[in-house]
Design a protein around this ligand. Structure first.
Ligand code: ZN
Length: 153
């Protein structure tokens, strides 16, 4: 994959669209799961609320983010990707996404390249890999979800 510039990344169609029109931005009252995370490095903040249905699958998500474009886009994309998942699925997806984003050995990157293709709009965030200081911005949403869900166990 050719190295692009950070400006190219911010102009990515999916990332731009989620930044301009964040999905699921309404705050949910009395959510089943509530969590937040902060990355002081670039002033990123993220808050998530999740409501579950009778079979413990994600029914409704609220997401509010402040800070850089990557953080905002990641929160919005993830808020859509969680629909219908169990909390265990969410933790699995979190692990998988972090592994893909942090793959560094050549053989791991080959696997990550393949897996990223099948992640729907989340694959737009895979390009953030090219900018190591921004990877934390794309992963903040997952650290929020990990900590929020683990407090339930
Ligand atoms: Zn950031």
């Amino acid at each position: 994959m050719a190295l692009g510039s950070l400006n190219d990344l911010y102009r990515d169609k999916v990332i731009l669209d989620h930044c301009r029109n964040p999905r699921n931005s309404a705050v949910l009252d009395l959510p089943d799961v509530s969590c937040e995370a902060i990355n002081p490095f670039c002033g990123d903040e993220i808050r998530f609320q999740i409501n579950l249905d009778d079979s413990d699958r994600v029914r409704e998500v609220g997401f509010q983010g402040e800070g850089c474009a990557i953080n905002q886009a990641a929160g919005s994309i993830v808020s859509e990707a969680l629909n219908g998942l169990t909390l265990t699925d969410v933790l699995d997806l979190s692990k998988k996404f972090s592994r893909i984003m942090e793959a560094s050995l050549p053989k791991d990157v080959v696997v990550a390249d393949k897996e990223a293709i099948n992640l729907g709009e989340l694959s737009a965030l895979y390009k953030v890999r090219e900018f190591p200081v921004r990877v934390k911005c794309a992963l903040l949403v997952w650290s929020a979800l990990d900590s929020g869900i683990s407090t339930l166990a």
